[in-house]
Design a protein around this ligand. Sequence first.
Ligand code: NAD
Length: 468
Amino acid sequence: MTEFAMIIGGTRVRAASEFDVMNPSIGKLIAKAPNASAQDLDRAVAAATSAFELWSKRTDAERSKACLDIAGKIGEHAEELAQLLTQEQGKPLNGLGSRFELGGAQAWAAYTASLSLPVKTLQDNEQGRVDLHRKPLGVVGSITPWNWPVMIAVWHILPAVRTGNTVVIKPSPFTPLSTIRLVEIMNEVLPAGVVNVVTSDDRQTNIGAAMSEHQDIRKIVFTGSINTGKKVMATAADTVKRLTLELGGNDAGIVLPDVDPEAIAEGLFWGAFINNGQTCAAMKRLYVHESVYDRVCNALVAFARNIPVGDGQDEKSILGPIANQMQFDKVKRLVDAATQKGRVLLGGQPGQGLFFPPTLIADLTATDPLVFEEQFGPALPIIKYSNLEDAIAQANDSPNGLGGSVWSKDIEKAKQVANRLECGSVWINKHGAIQPNAPFGGVKSSGCGVEFGEEGLVEYTDIQVVFS
Ligand code: NAD
């Protein structure tokens, strides 16, 4: 069994205790991960603080090259990382699974290398010159979830180091191994201490909470649930940390009457079931106009019933199991309640172990928990509407505001509806398609701040204005 250690100051560090990391496809132990103590976290923060002295003074070109080299390393190790990711997360190697995630991680790293934040001259006249500089913050604490652990680690780490910060990352206890290996690979390119990783099971010491209150961490970039995000925000207040919070979503898709149901079924399916629905910006509620309702339901069932579900390491699988017991129990609870009320079109009953087949439940309404709670799993509620205003109002009647989508042949009409939706991203005739040059973030309780593009990069800097 491979031994996994934390990486602190460029060195492998074992913890006094370890915790089990399980393969959700087969329910077996893959490896043990280090269970960091508060002292281990202090050592990682101290290593990052000391590395900041050197890293923040590197030239922009040097930091850009390092990011590009990281992209190259991710490419070289993509298959090894994909295999590890599939074992701990369950997602298949193929389809929109681990190999896809590694491809995304490499592309994001390369794109981030190409971004820069040059000095902006705000004024240069007889009254004087005013220059706006973007300066790195210091040590950034990154806290990641278990659904896209490698990609999200890259989303946090690359803009931080690109702008001259150093990082301590803490992955989810469900998926620590691929992040440990990713950081190990990054350390082949970066000076010691620029990126450090600590892992913990969040039980004996809650390292995420300790990071949020740590005196020497200047910013937390957090991706995870709304409840934990609120705790981070509260804990971080004492040290007035900068925060980027990418939290949960309950994205609505609205299908207008003019669609061709058979043509959109594949897009609707993957919008909702990407990564088994365990995706922040997956479509989690589908509103369909009554005139096309039955045809959309039928077309979705016809597409969904042919998707191969199985062990992530089986090359034929396109969807895997739910990633962990906690999430499985949540999905089962919501689906059980929905089957009492709605019409099960497909699935509805759990399979072996943590497997749960793609589930489509029609005729649900706003008062059903599968509609108003984030399911984060392979079950889509379908809601019939007759009046577009009512559908828009229902879509917006949520504390969440991450993404949304509108499906129509009439793009101008779809854009008008998009404009009415209360969310950070809206897609037309697709859902959840994020890209590295477009800022991504939530409104309302789905978070604060954005990632990606120049707008994402500036979140890792302080402004300094020089008047001369
Ligand atoms: P989670 O909130 O349970 O855990 C996220 C991370 O926080 C983990 O690393 C966990 O160990 C850590 N943590 C636990 N307690 C903490 C505390 N008190 N302080 C600080 N950190 C703590 O979330 P999850 O179950 O891992 O992820 C699923 C959720 O993440 C979903 O709600 C999903 O929508 C959301 N998500 C959002 C985005 C986005 O970009 N908006 C992306 C992916 C996932």
